[in-house]
Design a protein around this ligand. Structure first.
Ligand code: NDP
Length: 294
């Protein structure tokens, strides 16, 4: 019989905790990187029930896990079980990556860093002196807003159905980074004026995500302009209705796959201390995009 040598007595463990986790494509990403680099590390999904988070963290620590990712709905709740959260994770209010060093847990947020790298690579632009509109005010919006503010944006508009949540993120930016954020509820006329002024418009809501693929966070009556860059954090489908509509105005449109990819790459680098070279990254990204096309 064939003897499988992939998992050995010395294999290090990493993984992801959340609920649900069945849809996650992070195991394919991380295990492919380990295979490519020849590192003896595996990544597995752990579905954790609501009232079991503390026990799960204690168990992972006791099993000497090298590190783990945290996904919905625990990115905020995990912070109280971490020994030291990074400054950026504290500002973002969420941890998606945990490293275990000799039983001490360190929390990071690689969503923000992943977004910034993907955006720059795919658009060829940064955020310095830019006017940016964020649609949505959930976890993804907060991570992106903090990052864009730290990178020197001139103005950030946060447009959200529940205005109080947009106010909260604007307050975090204005009180901790720079007084550049403004919040707004859903008002078609006012929103159209905001989008008109912006260089970059980012959808951070789940509107348009599979299976609601015909929905868009923006009314079809609103016009965009060909110099604008439109980003959608959604990656399934890869071309959302929002991107489709804005593409018709000649805008550069980018989906959230790169953000997902790079948050995973940064997590891997945090756990292993290995910097993954550029060349295999490009190849890996192409293969990774194909997983979702299937
Ligand atoms: P949250 O639940 O924290 O926030 C959801 C946001 O969407 C809120 O602003 C909410 O508004 C808004 N929203 C949802 N449904 C509606 C609706 N019908 N009408 C108006 N507004 C709506 O989610 P996250 O921020 O964690 O995630 C948001 C999206 O980002 C998801 O699609 C997720 O998959 C994606 N994502 C992608 C990542 C990537 O790597 N590419 C990383 C993280 C997230 P309200 O406040 O009014 O409820």
């Amino acid at each position: 019989m064939y003897i499988d040598h992939r998992v050995l007595g010395s294999t290090k463990l990493t993984g992801i905790i959340g609920n649900p986790v069945e849809h996650s494509i992070s195991p394919q990403l991380h295990n492919s990187i380990s295979f490519y680099l020849g590192l003896n590390l595996i990544y597995v999904p752990f579905k954790v029930e609501k009232n079991e988070l503390e026990n799960a963290v204690r168990g992972l620590k006791a099993l000497n896990i090298a590190g783990f990712n945290v996904t919905v709905p625990y990115k905020k709740d995990i912070m109280k079980f971490i020994d030291e959260n990074s400054k950026e994770a504290i500002l973002v209010g969420a941890v998606n990556t945990v490293k275990n060093i000799n039983g001490r847990l360190y929390g990071y947020n690689t969503d923000a860093e992943g977004f910034a790298r993907a955006f720059k690579e795919e658009s060829g632009e940064g955020f310095k002196a830019k006017q940016v509109a964020l649609i949505g005010a959930g976890g993804a919006a907060r991570a992106i807003a903090v990052k864009i503010a730290l990178e020197g944006a001139k103005k950030i508009y946060i447009v959200n159905r529940t205005k109080s949540k947009a106010d909260e993120i604007a307050g975090i930016i204005n009180n901790n980074i720079m007084n550049i954020a403004e919040s707004c509820g859903l008002d078609e006329e006012m929103n159209a004026e905001i989008y008109k002024k912006c260089d970059i418009i980012i959808n951070t809501t789940s509107i348009g995500m599979y299976p609601e693929v015909k929905s868009s966070p923006v009314s079809r009556n609103i016009c965009f302009f060909s110099h604008q860059i439109i980003y959608d954090v959604i990656y399934n489908p890869q071309r959302t209705q929002f991107l489709e509509d804005c593409g018709r105005f000649g805008c550069k449109v980018i989906n959230g796959l790169g953000m997902l990819f790079y948050q995973g790459i940064y997590a891997y680098e945090i756990w292993t201390g290995v910097k993954i070279p550029e060349e295999p990254l490009k190849d890996l990204f192409r293969s990774f995009s194909n997983i979702l096309d299937k």
